[in-house]
Design a protein around this ligand. Structure first.
Ligand code: ADP
Ligand code: ADP
Length: 213
């Protein structure tokens, strides 16, 4: 069963003379185990496509579905963004546990699962740290632990290594591929960095809103 499938997808921002076609005629499908890099210049539509695949945005035209989730992607998709995404007042384990609390787990269950995810990624020592005490690489690995704890089947990462040097970038993308394998999930990583793309078995290229698979 496809985790997400889309046909002839388009997303147009604005109207009339201000209309900007960010994505058009995109058809693609992701199944468990698929690991794909999406490359392409800035402004080519990568972020827009990832938001559509994650169900965070609606297409202007075309069809998109999440058959494996009964077409309800909300809460079933793990997302990693480029910037700092941890909430500053919460410590690391609280940040990792937050989506689980929102999903309805009890405090104890959420904390246990958060600690297990941090442990699996080798970050148990940071559980009590505040986000401001972390390096950029540590913060992105905590963001990956937060995805792992939520156990999604579809993982979408938008420039997750943009602010890291190349060694750390490789570590973070390798961690994402390991987490995806462990969850039998599909992984999509948008990246400008050819060295990051090379860590993934497949690359799709975006150009002016069109996708070449
Ligand atoms: P990329 O991730 O490849 O840089 P984006 O999907 O961010 O590409 O952007 C694709 C195009 O859509 C760009 O021209 C961008 O300026 C435009 N765009 C993106 N988001 C919006 C928005 N919310 N409103 C209007 N235009 C947008
Ligand atoms: P990327 O790092 O993928 O290139 P951007 O920096 O282009 O992303 O965009 C960051 C955010 O700003 C996105 O949420 C995008 O939707 C929004 N955005 C991008 N271009 C525009 C635009 N022309 N008008 C309004 N919002 C935009």
């Amino acid at each position: 069963t496809a985790l997400v499938a889309c046909r002839q997808l388009a997303r147009v921002y604005g109207h009339g003379t201000n209309a900007l076609v960010a994505v058009h005629e995109v058809s693609c499908e992701l199944r468990p185990g698929d690991q794909v890099a999406i490359t392409g210049p800035s402004g080519s539509g990568k972020t827009t496509l990832l938001h559509l695949l994650a169900g965070l945005d609606r297409p202007t035209a075309g069809r998109i579905g999440w058959p494996a989730f009964d077409d309800r992607p909300r809460g079933r998709v793990g997302v990693v963004f480029q910037g700092p995404s941890l909430l500053p007042p919460l410590n690391v384990v609280e940040n990792v546990a937050l989506p689980l609390l929102i999903a309805g787990l009890t405090d104890t269950e959420a904390k246990e699962r958060a600690l297990a995810a941090l442990g699996a990624i080798g970050l148990a020592d940071l559980a009590g740290s505040l986000p401001e005490e972390l390096s950029g690489g540590q913060a992105q690995r905590v963001a990956v632990a937060r995805v792992l704890a939520a156990e999604p089947r579809l993982i979408i990462a938008d420039e997750p290594t943009a602010q890291l040097d190349s060694d750390l970038a490789r570590q973070v993308v390798d961690l994402l591929t390991q987490v995806a394998c462990r969850l039998d999930a599909a992984l999509v990583v948008a990246t400008h960095d050819p060295r990051v793309a090379a860590r993934l078995p497949k690359t799709w290229t975006m150009s002016d809103g069109a996708l070449a698979c």
